[in-house]
Design a protein. Structure first.
Length: 373
């Protein structure tokens, strides 16, 4: 061995010895184990919901808790809080906690939990104690086949004090805070299930017709009150091929209310003629002409009856019954305009007696089919 090699060997030995001394002097600091979240014993069994999915929406997912490490004896200076996660990871641990704490009945309403905050923060306190603060925020959604409908949000938490030598109080405090969110959901949904439209399970439409006679310029369709010439108060137009003109239409409005979890949809149908838009030419006030105009009115009633039969419980969903009704109404309105044009074209504005008679029979037959006449 050369002198250089011997010197290098001595230097390496000194360096290794120095590293060993440094490691031995620092040693491992106080350790904080992961938190093993236990199941909660809840005082209820859900009758309106089950937890279908759980999502983690916490802004900071690096850890659930920041805990002050334990000391071996009282009076030892406390170390800064260190990040500690739930055993197995935050989301799997919370999923397991909910699964073990709540019975799961897929026949009930599926609810999604979005964990927006779940945090334990500890700080040293006077007298060698440790203070802990827990914050839990959960959002709850009704998980329909098409989308998640927001229901409510829970904000809860807890505070605790523990000795610097004992971490045991941390997990029960966190467990109770999470259990508080589940208990809140149970109380909220028990009250809302029968009256909140977001939780309704079906739509049941009922129909009624507006037949009032209180509006001076509007005549509502009533089989007991057909058109009379005095309803035609508009200024006569140049006659052309028409002796008279009437402009009927129809509309609907709905008033939903939830009864025992079902949307009871009260739909009011209005079939009407505006008197000031209806006119008759001088000398044309005959029974034949009046019948032709009445049939225009009857055709709107037929279209309204068809619209009514399209709006069945099977065709309406809780989430979209308004948009479904609006689409059906627009289609029916288009059908009404097409039918009116067809009627005038085939009867030549009521001048073709034979064609008018055929339409009279056709309209009367369909009205009887719907129980109108």
């Amino acid at each position: 061995m050369t002198a250089f090699s011997a010197a290098r060997a001595v230097w390496c030995g000194l360096l290794v010895s120095l590293l060993l001394v440094l490691v031995g002097a620092g040693g491992p600091g106080p350790q904080v184990p992961t938190l093993a979240l236990q199941a909660a014993k809840l005082p209820f069994t859900p009758t309106h919901f089950y937890i279908a999915t759980i999502r983690d929406e916490r802004p900071n997912r690096s850890a659930v808790a920041w805990l002050v490490p334990t000391t071996s004896k009282a009076g030892t200076p406390l170390a800064p809080a260190r990040p500690v996660d739930l055993q197995g990871g935050a989301l799997p641990a919370i999923q397991q906690f909910v699964r073990q704490s709540l019975p799961r009945n897929p026949a009930l309403r599926p609810v999604q939990i979005r964990v927006r905050e779940c945090r334990v923060q500890e700080t040293p306190a006077p007298g060698g104690l440790v203070e802990g603060r827990i914050a839990v925020v959960m959002a709850f959604d009704y998980q329909t086949p098409d989308r998640a409908v927001f229901l409510t949000e829970y904000r809860g938490g807890a505070r605790y004090m523990r000795s610097a030598t004992d971490l045991a109080p941390v997990e029960p405090a966190l467990r109770q805070s999470l259990a508080g969110g589940l208990s809140y959901l149970q109380a909220w949904i028990s009250q809302a299930a029968t009256r909140d439209v977001r939780l309704a399970t079906a739509v049941h439409p009922t129909f009624r017709y507006e037949t009032r006679r209180t509006e001076p310029d509007t005549l509502f369709y009533d089989v007991k009150r057909p058109l009379v010439w005095s309803d035609f108060t508009g200024q006569p137009r140049p006659r052309g091929q028409y002796a008279a003109a009437v402009f009927p239409g129809f509309a609907y409005q709905g008033r939903p209310r939830v009864v025992n979890g079902v949307v009871q949809l009260d739909l009011q149908l209005s079939i009407f003629v505006v008197r000031s838009s209806s006119w008759v030419a001088p000398g044309q006030q005959t029974d034949f002409n009046l019948n032709h105009e009445q049939r225009h009115f009857d055709l709107v009633r037929l279209v309204a009856e068809r619209f009514r039969r399209k709006a069945t419980p099977d065709s309406l969903t809780v989430e979209d019954y308004n948009s479904i009704l609006q689409l059906q109404y627009l289609k029916s309105f288009t059908e009404m305009n097409h039918l009116q044009d067809q009627y005038d074209a085939e009867t030549h504005g009521g001048t073709d007696v034979a064609a008018q008679e055929r339409w009279n029979h056709r309209i009367d037959a369909e009205l009887r089919q719907y129980g109108v006449k």
